[in-house]
Design a protein around this ligand. Structure first.
Ligand code: AHR
Length: 488
């Protein structure tokens, strides 16, 4: 039996709204024919696809990270502002694409207002300088009276964008990154960038680049060294994590084990540096890229605008591994304050568009929708027992993983459960007695017997959740469920 006993006072943490964020990189078809397609029948006057906007709004994402990703490390933000007809056409060396700069930070701000999200900005610390970083913040955030703030106004954006969260570069530990650096060199550059950006706008928060994955050769020394250099000028350290099926379905779904270890180690590194600095400041984690991504299969094209790259079509099995990561994020809400699903449209994304045609929901859309809409509140530190399965991580890996969230208004309990066991059903037994009487509201179950099933333009609803009118605690093999209860 898999028991979950809830205690009102046993809590992990309140979720930070920024845990429910995502990412749109200026690459592939994320922007061009993704969110922006002027000739599409559903395009608005600015060329933004309103059908895509509707799906994004349903997802209720708090922040969207922009413009990269690897793209940002070769990007000059000035190329994307001013009259569109004067903007340069550039080589995007990160993704071997043609960048026409039709969309830049101002247009993206308009899009994010329409999508009811905020921007998590990123500055170029690859080819970019500390001065470029400071000037970008002045352009986006300073109200007026300086050359750069007035330039923004001349470009048509009277009010400052007030972007309050900034990434200090991207994956600077990676040999694929334009401008890869040693942790010492990056640490010094990020420190000065963070310092000068905060001089321009003291209200911003900054995220220093941590390890791109635990497989990186310098992990976790990179993170320690970078934090030692930048500690006073940064608020978060980033971590990126992608999983893909390496051949064993059961091991794949158990990726929560590895993800949880990565998060715990990064928290420990941040605490180590805090102690070293004799500081009382906590550095929190920004998991600003997470998802399932078959990065072993990436094939780039040569110098096309908006090429079809990284367009993973997610199977039902992928949505289970995805849910495994998602539950892990919730259960680490005390340490992880920001998390961006990478990405949002077309490029390894929950939303997929056909140029000139429909926009549809990939399999991962559904668990993510439940996470962003019902994961907000206080995550409980429930007492759990569980049956076990054998995976590469351990012979006694939890068969069932869960996260229980008391809603922000404290009127509901939302129980996220994943039966990771692909062979056997399991039963859960939830003891709510500490909360008094609870009443079942509804349950959503995502379950398919064919693990390979996916949604496509021809069959966009092959995989979708079922709404159950009576509570079902006998979990199907390999299934995700959200059970909602109201408190009396
Ligand atoms: O999200 C796709 C890519 O993954 C990003 O550009 C990069 O930061 C990471 O390697």
């Amino acid at each position: 039996m898999n028991k979950i006993k809830l205690f009102k006072e046993m809590q992990i943490a309140k979720t930070d709204p920024r845990l429910f964020s995502s990412f749109l990189e200026q690459m592939g078809r994320a922007i061009y024919t993704g969110i922006y397609e002027p000739n599409h029948p559903a395009a608005d006057g600015n060329g933004f696809r309103t059908d895509v906007l509707e799906l994004v709004k349903e997802l209720n994402v708090e922040y969207v990270r922009y413009p990269g990703g690897n793209f940002v490390s070769g990007y000059n933000w000035r190329d994307g502002v001013g009259p569109k007809e004067e903007r340069p056409r550039k080589l995007d060396l990160a993704w071997r694409s043609l960048e026409t700069n039709e969309i830049g930070i101002n247009e993206f701000k308009d899009w994010s207002d329409l999508a009811e999200t905020k921007i998590m900005g990123a500055i170029n610390l690859g080819t970019g300088t500390v001065r470029d970083a400071a000037e970008m913040i002045e352009y986006t955030n300073h109200p007026g009276g300086t050359d750069l703030a007035e330039m923004r106004k001349d470009h048509g954006w009277e009010n400052p964008h007030n972007i309050d969260l900034w990434c200090l570069g991207n994956e600077m530990d990676g040999d694929w990154q334009i401008g890869q650096m040693s942790p010492e060199d990056y640490g010094k550059k990020a420190r000065e960038a963070g310092k000068i950006m905060k001089l321009v706008d003291p209200t911003i928060e900054t995220v220093v680049v941590g390890s791109s994955s635990p497989e990186q050769p310098l992990y976790p020394a990179w993170d320690r060294k970078v934090l030692e250099e930048t500690f006073d000028y940064v608020d978060y350290i980033s971590m990126h994590r992608y999983y893909w099926n390496e051949g064993n379905d059961q091991d794949f779904v158990a990726c929560h084990k590895d993800f949880n270890d990565f998060i715990k180690t990064m928290g420990a590194v941040a605490d180590y540096v805090k102690a070293l600095k004799r500081s009382d400041k906590d550095i929190y984690l920004s998991v600003d890229e997470w998802n399932i991504w078959y990065l072993n299969e990436v094939v780039l094209k040569d110098w096309e605008q908006g090429p079809e790259i990284l367009e993973d079509n997610y199977s039902y099995l992928d949505s289970l591994a995805f849910s495994s990561m998602m539950i892990t994020l919730l259960n680490n809400a005390d340490r992880v304050k920001i998390a961006c699903l990478a990405q949002l449209v077309n490029v390894i994304a929950p939303i997929f568009t056909v140029p000139g045609g429909i926009a549809f929901k990939q399999t991962i859309y559904y668990p993510f929708y439940y996470f962003t809409n019902y994961g907000r509140g206080t995550v409980l530190n429930a007492y759990k027992t569980h049956e076990t399965i054998k995976t590469k991580y351990s012979d006694e890996t939890e068969a069932v993983i869960s996260s229980i969230v008391l809603s922000e208004d404290e009127t509901e309990l939302n129980v996220f459960v994943l039966n990771t066991d692909l062979t056997n059903g399991h039963t859960i037994d939830i003891d709510f007695s500490d909360f008094g009487d609870v009443e079942f509201i509804e349950q959503f179950e995502l379950h398919e017997t064919d693990l390979t099933l996916s949604n496509t333009a021809e069959n966009p609803e092959a995989v979708k959740p079922r709404s159950l009118k009576e509570v079902k605690t006998d979990l199907e093999p390999g299934s995700f469920t959200l059970i909602r209860y109201s408190l009396k």
